[in-house]
Design a protein around this ligand. Structure first.
Ligand code: SF4
Length: 475
C-alpha cells in the first residue's frame, strides 16, 4: 500500500494504431512514472491526458479531432489539466495542429519520448505562470511542439532502466512486444510511416537481449520482435542501405538465433515483414529455430504486379510467392497472414481479381484488409485515377467474404487434433476457461479447472468457429 501513495498524479492515455504506438505508450508511461504519474482509466480524474495518435488512415485522424472536441470542455473547466498529443499525427502535422487546437499543452513526436519529463516541467511552469491571468484557458500560451527526428546517424536506444510503474503487473504477462527497429526506408507510395517515423534505425542487439532477459525474469514466455520493417533490422548498424547491399548478411536472422538462445524464451514471433527485404537466410532460421513459431505475417498489399509497382513495393507477385515457397519448404504447416489494400488508385477489376486469386492461392490463416485512404504528403495522393468509394466498399466486402470462408475452413479442420497451446489469459466471462494460442497463432478457448497462465498445454480441439478453436486439456 505504501508504494501506491507515492504517486501524486494520475495520467489517462488513449492509444490508437499499431503495436509500435502501444509500445511507445508504455515508454511514455514509464517516463511519467518517474514523474510520479500513475495510469488511470478515468479521464475525469486525470491530471494529464495523453492521446497517442495514428496517421495511417483518414479515419484515424478524424477520431483524434472528435476526441479533442469531447475533452475541450474538461480542459475549459480545469485549465490545470495537461492535454498532450503524441504519435504520428503529432509528428506529421505538428505546427498546423498547434494552430488548429491551441488549447492543447504539448505536441510530441515519437522520436522525442525521452524528453517527456522535461517538457512536462515546462508545461507545469507555464500553468503556474498563467495563474491569475483572467480566463487563462483562452489567454494562456500556445502548445509546446517537440517533433524533430532524433537526427542520429544510426541506431537508437530505448533505456530499459526506466521501468514502467506497473511493471509488477507484468508478472501476469506471457507474451510481450520488444521494439527492435523504428522507421522505414521503403517509401511505399500510400504510406505515411517514412514521414512520421523517419529512417530505419535499429537498437543494439545487446540492449534487445538485455530487455528480453529482463522480461523472461518476469515470467514472459513469448517474445514478439516489433518494427515497421523487422527484416531490415541491423542494416543501418552495419552500414548497408538495404538487404541487397549487405553482402548477403541479414542481421535480423542473427538476432533470431540470439533471442532463441535466451533461457526461458519458449516462443518467438515478429511483425511486420516486408517481402522486399528478406533472403533465404530467414528461411534457414525457420528451419533451425523451433522456438520461432509457425505463424508468419508477410504483408503483400496487392496481387497485381501493376499495382505493386505503383505502390513502389519493390517485388512482384511471383517474387512474393517465391519467398513464401522458401519458408513453406522448411515449415509446411506454417500459417501465413497478410495486409491488403483494395481500391488503390488505378486498380482495375482485373487488378482486383489478381488480388483475389492470390488470396485463394496463398490460403492465409487470416488477413487485415483495408480500403485505400488518401494520406496527405504521400505520392499516391497525387495519382489522378482514384477509385470511387462504392467500388472500394464492394471489393473489400468480397475479399473479406473469400477470406472468412478460408479461415473458417482451416479452423474447422483443426477439430479432433491435439495442439500445444500457450495459455495467455483467463476468460473473464466463463468459469474454468482460458485463452491461448497454438504455435500457428490460432486463438483457442481452453476448458480446465487448473490455473494455467504461462503454461503450454496439450489441448484436444473439440469445436471451432471463425474467431477461435475450443478445446479441453488432454488428461
Ligand atoms: S514497408 Fe511498410 S512501413 Fe515501410 S513504407 Fe511500406 S507500408 Fe510503410
Amino acid at each position: 500500500m505504501q508504494q501506491q501513495n507515492q504517486y501524486l498524479k494520475k495520467v489517462y492515455v488513449q492509444t490508437w494504431g499499431c503495436q509500435m504506438n502501444v509500445a511507445d505508450t508504455e515508454r511514455m508511461l514509464a517516463h511519467l512514472g518517474t514523474c510520479n504519474y500513475k495510469p488511470t482509466d478515468e479521464v475525469n480524474e486525470a491530471d494529464f491526458i495523453l492521446l497517442n495518435t495514428c496517421h495511417i488512415r483518414e479515419k484515424a485522424r478524424h477520431k483524434l479531432v472528435s476526441r479533442l472536441g469531447e475533452l475541450k470542455p474538461l480542459k475549459e473547466k480545469n485549465p490545470d489539466v495537461i492535454l498532450a498529443i503524441a504519435g504520428c499525427v503529432a509528428q506529421a502535422e505538428s505546427e498546423a495542429l498547434a494552430k488548429e487546437v491551441p488549447f492543447v499543452d504539448m505536441i510530441i513526436g515519437p522520436d522525442q519520448i525521452e524528453q517527456l519529463p522535461s517538457l512536462l516541467e515546462e508545461v507545469v511552469r507555464k500553468h503556474e505562470a498563467s495563474k491569475g491571468i483572467v480566463d487563462s484557458f483562452h489567454n494562456s500560451f500556445s502548445p509546446f511542439v517537440l517533433t524533430k527526428f532524433d537526427g542520429k546517424e544510426k541506431g537508437y536506444s530505448i533505456p530499459i532502466d526506466v521501468v514502467p510503474p506497473f511493471y509488477d503487473e507484468i508478472k501476469n504477462e506471457v507474451s510481450r512486444y520488444v521494439n527492435i527497429i523504428k522507421g522505414c526506408n521503403n517509401f511505399c507510395t500510400f504510406c505515411v510511416v517514412p514521414y512520421t517515423r523517419g529512417r530505419e534505425k535499429s537498437r543494439l542487439q545487446e540492449e534487445i537481449l538485455q530487455e528480453v532477459n529482463h522480461l523472461v525474469s518476469k515470467g514472459v514466455k513469448e517474445i514478439i520482435l516489433l518494427g515497421q520493417n523487422v527484416n531490415s533490422y541491423g542494416l543501418d548498424l552495419i552500414g548497408a542501405t538495404d538487404i541487397h547491399s549487405s553482402g548477403g548478411k541479414m542481421p535480423f536472422s542473427d538476432l533470431l538465433y540470439e533471442v532463441s538462445n535466451v533461457q526461458g524464451v519458449e516462443r518467438i514471433r515478429f511483425t511486420t515483414s516486408n517481402p522486399h527485404d528478406f533472403t533465404p537466410t530467414l528461411a534457414k532460421a525457420f528451419e533451425d529455430l523451433p522456438k520461432v513459431t509457425n505463424s508468419f505475417h508477410l504483408a503483400v498489399q496487392s496481387g497485381s504486379d501493376r499495382i505493386l509497382d505503383r505502390m513502389n513495393r519493390q517485388y512482384t507477385r511471383n517474387e512474393y510467392l517465391e519467398r513464401v515457397g522458401w519458408i513453406r519448404k522448411v515449415r509446411p504447416q506454417i500459417a501465413f497472414s497478410t495486409d491488403i489494400i483494395v481500391g488503390f488508385p488505378g486498380e482495375s477489376q482485373q487488378d482486383f481479381e489478381d488480388t483475389l486469386s492470390l488470396v485463394e492461392e496463398m490460403k492465409y490463416a487470416f488477413i487485415y484488409a483495408f480500403k485505400y485512404s488518401i494520406r496527405k504528403g504521400t505520392p499516391a495522393t497525387r495519382f489522378h485515377d482514384q477509385v470511387p468509394e462504392e467500388i472500394k466498399d464492394k471489393r473489400l466486402q468480397l475479399l473479406l467474404d473469400v477470406q472468412k470462408k478460408e479461415t473458417l475452413k482451416q479452423n474447422l479442420a483443426e477439430i479432433g487434433s491435439v495442439r500445444e497451446v500457450l495459455i495467455l489469459y483467463k476468460n473473464r466471462k466463463e468459469e474454468d476457461s482460458w485463452y491461448g494460442r497454438t504455435n500457428e497463432g490460432r486463438l483457442v478457448k481452453v476448458q480446465t479447472s487448473m490455473p494455467c497462465i504461462g503454461f503450454t498445454l496439450s489441448v484436444k480441439i473439440e469445436d471451432a468457429n471463425l474467431i477461435a478453436l475450443v478445446g479441453r486439456v488432454c488428461q
